[in-house]
Design a protein around this ligand. Structure first.
Ligand code: AMP
Length: 266
């Protein structure tokens, strides 16, 4: 019997549902975890205000054929209390320092720690992660390789709203004006994709075009727009192999991310 794990922080939407659907299609039993993990939030981030609706999550999971939901308390996951732990799983190369790691220095340590714990508790054969969090997916793949977890990591494409905005639990923070402004992320992604499809190989030109588009939106403040190697997360200037174009942009107080990948033969 194969067991699939879909780790989530709850407040589920069709992006999460697509992971469950993929897991159901590949596994005999699917376990979703629903846990807002305190160790991946830095001081001043939105841990306390992060949206939660466990009953609605359960209904969505059941509808999509999920067999079981793991919904631990913070103290169950971190018995030292207060969401603290003495033991972390941390990648020590530059991968977690790039992109989101620049403004969220402890984020990926928290992600690796909680995902390791979920792997140890659920013992899945396969685990499903969204390409929406591209750096997270690359880091989890690396952790699984380095720690010899015999778990297959399955990446799933970004699910978007009809108008292009990548679905995110954090979209609920946006007021109507911000919701409109947030479209600048996906518009920049589509523009960058189009340039790459038309043969542009200079990653800096694509990043510049995307940056300028976002800068024209008055409610947007760029955290980063970058092109990196899709596996190592090292910055690149030219598209070769797997190149990840990723961005984090504040719309008002809400930090949103989006990305796309370009694959070319090396
Ligand atoms: P979260 O609950 O935001 O931590 O996300 C849990 C999982 O769902 C992660 O693997 C995310 O990458 C994935 N996910 C979140 N939003 C989307 C989306 N719009 N499309 C695909 N996967 C997503």
């Amino acid at each position: 019997m194969t067991v699939g794990l879909v780790p989530t922080m709850g407040y589920l939407h069709e992006g999460h549902a697509s992971l469950v659907d993929k897991a159901v299609s590949m596994c005999d039993r699917v376990v979703a975890s629903d846990f807002v993990n305190p160790t991946q939030f830095g001081p001043g981030e939105d841990l306390d205000s992060y949206p939660r609706d466990f009953d609605r999550d359960c209904a969505l999971l059941e509808e999509h054929g999920c067999s079981m939901v793991f919904h631990p308390s913070v103290d169950e996951m971190y018995p030292d209390g207060g969401g603290k732990t003495a033991t972390y799983v941390e990648i020590l190369n530059d991968m977690p320092k790039q992109l989101c790691g620049k403004t969220r220095p402890i984020h990926f340590r928290g992600v690796c720690t909680v995902v390791s714990k979920l792997f140890n508790i659920v013992m899945p054969d396969k685990a499903f992660f969204g390409q929406k969090d591209a750096q997270q997916l690359a880091i989890i793949r690396r952790m699984v390789r380095d720690l010899s977890y015999g778990i297959e990591i399955v990446g799933c494409p970004i699910v978007r709203e009809a108008d292009g905005l990548a679905k995110s639990s954090r979209n609920t923070y946006l007021n109507p004006e911000e919701r409109r402004a947030a479209l600048v992320l996906s518009k920049a992604v589509f523009k960058g994709q189009e340039m790459a499809e038309q043969g542009e190989k200079d990653a800096r030109k694509i990043v510049k075009e995307m940056t300028e588009m976002i800068e024209r939106e008055p409610l947007a403040k760029i955290d980063y727009v970058s092109a990196v190697d899709g596996v190592t997360m090292e910055p690149v200037e030219t598209i070769t192999g797997t190149t990840l174009f990723a961005m984090a942009v504040y719309i008002g107080k809400t930090r949103l991310i989006d990305n796309f990948i370009v694959e070319v033969a090396k």
